[in-house]
Design a protein around this ligand. Structure first.
Ligand SMILES: *Cc1c(COP(=O)(O)O)cnc(C)c1O
Length: 433
């Protein structure tokens, strides 16, 4: 497929980045299940090294199946380049290290993924990287106040969890840029179908493709996307401009002006820390991409119906979904109208009115919903974050993230929506017997 920028999202999700003519006319993207690639002869080695010919050496630093996945997310996101890695956590960790290595500071919010929270709170400090937590992300001036001369990036999620909060991405991006730091956005819950963070000033977008992008709960994967706009040569990121041994001691920014961020992660963190995605898993994620818009559309539709049912239910004390007025997230609705015209996704939380014993009965009596820790699946899922995903957090931090004791987080899938409501209804009844 050529001139991809002129095609719509639905076409790109199925065809971008793949030209069958270059792959024996295979209709579906082939799985290059190989660790290494024959060099051929020493003349070809010379051409590969001088970039006269494009080719692959070893799957940890590049593979055609992964390359197509990277091109596809680049097209969907409206970026200049991408990198596939083995999991969402690898994407988050490598991206944060790539900006803050050598003792930088990251400004972040409490309602990020618990793995990212633990990374910033416990593990990165051991590498000399500090975090500044923003207590009230709706007060965007707090981001400005948290930026010191050591600040190397702001890290947010487009829909936080389990609080399910929407942030003012555009304003936060502006504050980041006024202070010469990039905005890194985890867009896992929204996906590029519902929201393209680059449109609102984000510089780097990261994904757990394990969730809605893959969409079937079968495969772990992570993606990092950039749009090539951030000025890494502003004096704060000397590691991007100093002589780089991976590019013949040249300045990486000059060698890769459109994709310095993902190239640097590929050459250093992926190559040396090694969390490479398997070609087979890249294939499964590409299969997931093909139906992304259709799945999301139906999931949003189902979610609205289930949310409306829960809002009227006597055993529900609150529902946190951006479309719903809720005093916990006072700005959500306004922000959702701006950032999520196609709907606020398929994931929400609700408060169960009752004690833990009732909640246990409720969870144990669900027959259609899966009780597990994942989201963005074609199957409907439920979990109690305080007991699962967020159980390792201190109580005060759990509360800030929205993992209240009685909060249940739901991810709505593609089953018949009447069956989902019938299932919830019978489990509510059983829970108070
Ligand atoms: C799941 C998740 C991650 C981590 O992804 P893995 O693929 O499980 O490593 C990161 N961010 C968000 C928002 C997630 O939901």
């Amino acid at each position: 497929m050529s001139e991809e920028q002129t095609y719509g999202f639905e076409t790109l999700q199925i065809r971008a980045g793949y030209d069958p003519k270059k792959h024996n006319y295979a209709s579906t993207v082939p799985i290059y299940q190989t660790a290494s690639f024959n060099i051929g002869d020493t003349d070809r080695l010379k051409r590969l090294k001088s970039k006269e010919e494009h080719g692959f050496f070893y799957t940890r630093s590049g593979n055609p199946t992964l390359d197509i996945l990277e091109k596809r997310i680049t097209a969907l996101e409206g970026g200049t380049g991408a990198l596939a890695v083995a999991s969402g956590m690898a994407a988050v960790a490598y991206s944060l290290l790539n900006v803050a290595e050598g003792g930088g500071e990251i400004i972040a919010i409490h309602s990020i993924y618990a793995g990212s929270y633990n990374l910033l709170e416990h593990t990165l400090p051991k590498f000399g990287i500090k975090v500044k937590w923003i207590d009230d992300p709706y007060d965007t001036e707090l981001f400005r106040k948290a930026i010191t001369k050591n600040a190397k990036g702001i890290f947010i999620e487009t829909i936080g969890n389990p609080l399910i909060n929407v942030l003012d991405i555009e304003t936060i991006a502006k504050i980041a840029h006024e202070n010469n730091v990039p905005l890194i956005v985890d867009n896992t819950f929204a996906t590029s179908y519902l929201l393209k963070p680059f449109d609102f000033g984000a510089d780097v977008v990261v994904y757990s493709s394990t969730k809605a992008l893959g969409g079937h709960g079968s495969t772990l994967g992570g993606l990092i996307v950039e749009n090539g706009k951030f000025n890494w040569d502003n004096g704060k990121f000397s590691h991007f401009t100093e002589p780089d041994y991976k590019v013949e001691n040249k300045n990486l920014l000059e060698v890769f002006p459109d994709t310095p961020f993902t190239t640097r992660v590929r050459l250093h963190y992926l190559s040396e820390f090694g969390a490479v995605l398997s070609p087979f898993d890249a294939f499964l994620i590409l299969e997931g991409f093909e139906t992304l818009s259709v799945r999301l559309e139906r999931e949003v539709e189902n979610t609205k119906i289930v949310v409306n049912y829960l809002l009227k239910h006597p055993q529900v004390c609150w529902v946190s979904y951006p479309d719903v007025p809720d005093e916990r997230n006072h700005n959500n609705r306004q922000l959702a109208e701006k950032y999520f015209p196609k709907g606020s996704g398929s994931i929400f939380s609700f408060g169960y009115k009752g004690d833990q014993e009732h909640i246990n009965k409720f969870l144990n009596n669900l027959k259609v919903f899966s009780f597990l820790v994942n989201v963005g699946d074609s199957k409907s899922l439920i979990t109690q974050p305080s007991q699962t995903t967020h159980s390792s957090l201190r109580e005060e931090d759990r509360i800030k993230a929205g993992a209240f004791d009685n909060a249940l987080r739901v991810s709505i899938g593609l089953e018949n929506v009447d069956d989902l409501i019938t299932d919830l209804e019978q489990a509510f009844k059983e829970s108070i017997k």
